[in-house]
Design a protein. Structure first.
Length: 508
């Protein structure tokens, strides 16, 4: 079991360590303030506030970057290079050193050029999507690819450039491990989805058809958050165009969105964001502003949201518990059974082209298409002009459907307009991790499904807090998973989970 650093330990820490920790707390406080401004911009800020808000966020970002890359930070890290530190302090120095070295390696001029390219690419992408005109966006995508290759070369000229970009989002997993897991998902899911489409199973997919007023959906989302244990004294629920979570262990806010024809979408996204928030809220309060009080990287964060969304929110025990509340809000589903709701929540769509509307299985093929294309773009194995055709070919091969327009194909996501190459894989890597963590929780907790059906989420909260949340960034990803589950991080639990669950649902 990990031993947390105590206040008494800190009194005999090297002077350089305490100075480094103080700097980290200050630049993280600046980053946290920027996070609140970013949340406000997406949720509550008046439309006319954008010019000032952009300058505010830019100023805070510059101050934080300057502190992280400053000579004083480098000198403190150098002073600690040969210092004998305990495990917790060594982890703090490791995490700060990684961030410092990556940030300091990239010329300021290149950072500014990437920022400028993003500012210009975003409206071009919006127009290209609206007019179904990939050629309008292509020059901006080309520029992003070139700039991100320069960025990768500045950090590590001897490494695969895509691996360097991937490490911005997941620094603790090798690209080889990530690629092996994604390949296993593709090889498992493509034939499984084909078999599901050939199945004669008659699921109750029309249970939630009709009109579901937004105000009642919002009330239902609050019901769901209260049910699973969201601490509204340290958070809030709001609406945004794309659901997200923002905050820390003292203040972590979630957003969701509503579609009057799809109440399951709001329930799922709300519980998904709850998983992110619960992770942040469970981080050690005493270590706020330091790596020991920060979440591990995106794959781990996504594991928490996908665990709650899929393993809890799409489970039959959850619907045994929650369906009466849904019926109270929406009398039009009064005749629905628990099995009806469970089947509706887990249907596999036959013709969905949109990633954010995908079901639990086909979602990963949407991710894999993006991963394979952006990897090949960055490595120079694919030309920008060929992206639409390759995208459509992969959708036809993996999902059996072909986009008729680029707007519903390669232009549907915002990520590439920001130059965020390497981000997409973390969604699926997190889902795989969620299955392994949940399987370990089931082994450790006596009748976890029964507890969920009775509305007792404390055992699961406590297991996740003990095995994931309280460690912050002390452990790297593989080590954290092995500490929590007793096994190396693999796709085995995920494959077993989907084969069992969907085998039963579709009589495979």
């Amino acid at each position: 079991m990990a031993t947390e650093a105590t206040a008494d330990d800190a009194t005999d820490a090297p002077e350089a360590y305490e100075a480094l920790l103080d700097r980290a707390r200050r630049w993280n406080a600046i980053g946290s303030a920027a996070g609140v401004l970013g949340w406000d911009q997406q949720v509550m800020m008046p439309e006319g506030g954008t010019p000032a808000r952009s300058k505010q966020l830019s100023a805070l970002s510059s101050v934080k970057h300057d502190m992280l890359t400053a000579e004083e930070t480098a000198d403190l890290l150098e002073a600690l290079a040969d210092t004998d530190l305990n495990d917790e302090r060594a982890a703090v120095v490791r995490e700060i050193r990684r961030k410092h070295e990556r940030a300091a390696a990239v010329p300021v001029e290149l950072v500014e050029e990437i920022s400028e390219a993003s500012s210009e690419a975003l409206p071009a992408w919006e127009e290209a999507k609206a007019t179904d005109d990939f050629d309008h966006f292509a020059p901006h995508l080309e520029r992003h690819v070139e700039l991100k290759r320069e960025y990768a070369e500045a950090i590590d000229p001897d490494s695969d450039p895509y691996a360097v970009l991937f490490a911005d989002y997941e620094p603790c997993l090798s690209i080889d491990r990530a690629e092996a897991i994604l390949t296993e998902l593709r090889e498992t899911l493509v034939p499984m989805i084909d078999a599901i489409r050939d199945s004669d199973a008659d699921l109750a997919v029309d249970t939630f058809e009709g009109t579901f007023p937004v105000d009642e959906q919002e009330a239902l989302s609050r019901d769901a958050l209260e049910l699973v244990g969201y601490d509204f004294s340290r958070g809030r629920l709001d609406v945004s165009s794309h659901p997200f979570t923002s905050g820390n262990q003292f203040d972590c806010r979630v957003t969701t969105r509503f579609d009057e024809s799809d109440p399951l979408g709001a329930i799922g996204s709300t519980i998904h964001e709850f998983g992110h928030a619960q992770y942040n809220l469970g981080l050690p309060k005493d270590h706020w502003g330091t790596p020991l009080g920060e979440s591990r990287d995106l794959s781990v964060h996504e594991s928490q949201s996908r665990l709650w969304e899929n393993h809890v929110g799409r489970s039959k025990p959850f619907w045994e518990l929650f369906l009466p509340t849904v019926k109270d809000r929406f009398p039009q589903v009064a005749d629905a059974t628990v099995q009806d709701a469970y089947e509706a929540a887990n249907q596999v769509y036959e013709d969905n082209l949109i990633r954010v509307e995908a079901d639990e299985l086909t979602y990963h093929l949407h991710i894999i298409v993006r991963f394979e294309i952006e990897r090949d773009l960055v490595r120079g194995d694919l030309a920008v002009e060929d992206v639409p055709e390759v995208w459509n070919d992969k959708y036809e091969e993996y999902l059996g459907i072909r986009p008729e327009t680029d707007a519903e194909g390669c232009l549907q996501d915002i990520h590439w307009s920001h130059g965020n190459f390497g981000y997409f894989p973390t969604y699926s890597l997190g889902s795989v991790m969620a299955a392994q963590l949940y399987a370990a929780a089931e082994e450790a907790i006596d009748d976890l499904e029964g507890a969920i059906a009775e509305g007792d989420f404390d055992p699961l909260h406590e297991w996740l807090a003990e095995n994931v949340h309280r460690h912050g960034s002390r452990y790297e990803t593989n080590e954290l998973v092995e500490e929590a589950t007793g096994k190396p991080y693999t796709a085995d639990a995920f494959v077993e989970y989907v084969e069992r669950k969907y085998g039963e649902l579709y009589a495979l």
